[in-house]
Design a protein around this ligand. Sequence first.
Ligand SMILES: N[C@@H](CCC(=O)N[C@@H](CS)C(=O)NCC(=O)O)C(=O)O
Length: 203
Amino acid sequence: MITFYTYPGPNARKAQIMLEESGEAYQAVTVDIKKGEQFDPKFLAISPNNKIPAIVDHTADGPVPVFETAAILTYLAEKSGRLLPAAGAKRYDVLAWLVWGTGSVGGTLPQLHHYSDLPDRVPGTVERFNTEAVRLFKVLERRLQQHEYICGDYSIADIPTFCSTAGWLQRVKGWSDGALGDTPAIDRWLKAVAARPAVQRVG
Ligand SMILES: N[C@@H](CCC(=O)N[C@@H](CS)C(=O)NCC(=O)O)C(=O)O
């Protein structure tokens, strides 16, 4: 059994989609980050960076705590034997795009969210992060024009970028003043990932 530490939002969704894809049994425990529960020493022992998502796998050899979305997805893929090639160039292609999705895409969009939500916008900040988001979505569009999913077959590389893109593509387009035009490959891919039973179960 896996304990899944969560709080509603895109990062928790990434981990929960992979929990569903993996077929592993899990139990969700809410960490109320609005109330500061992420700073409880018991949670910090699992997730030292005081962020959800995190998991603890209660294995026969003892508990295995894992924090950071990319590490959680890799752990679950290895445990279940799903959505990550076991070796070779394809494995490192998936890992590279997984890190791109959690680090580059997943690092930029929360900044855009933060600065665009401020009542008094700081000049240049929304433009700075929107320009970077446009660049990242162009990278994604190019990639998906050549591959059905980010790494050919559906893999853990698709999950974080799907969760981030689904919520942000239209806003970034709208703010890009035409710099990000049509994205037919991304649109096709968003529909395909959204239709997966595991993604539908998470909602
Ligand atoms: N790099 C982390 C980011 C996770 C993250 O940003 N989690 C947010 C919720 S969406 C959080 O727990 N924030 C609480 C805090 O910063 O104190 C990952 O990819 O897992």
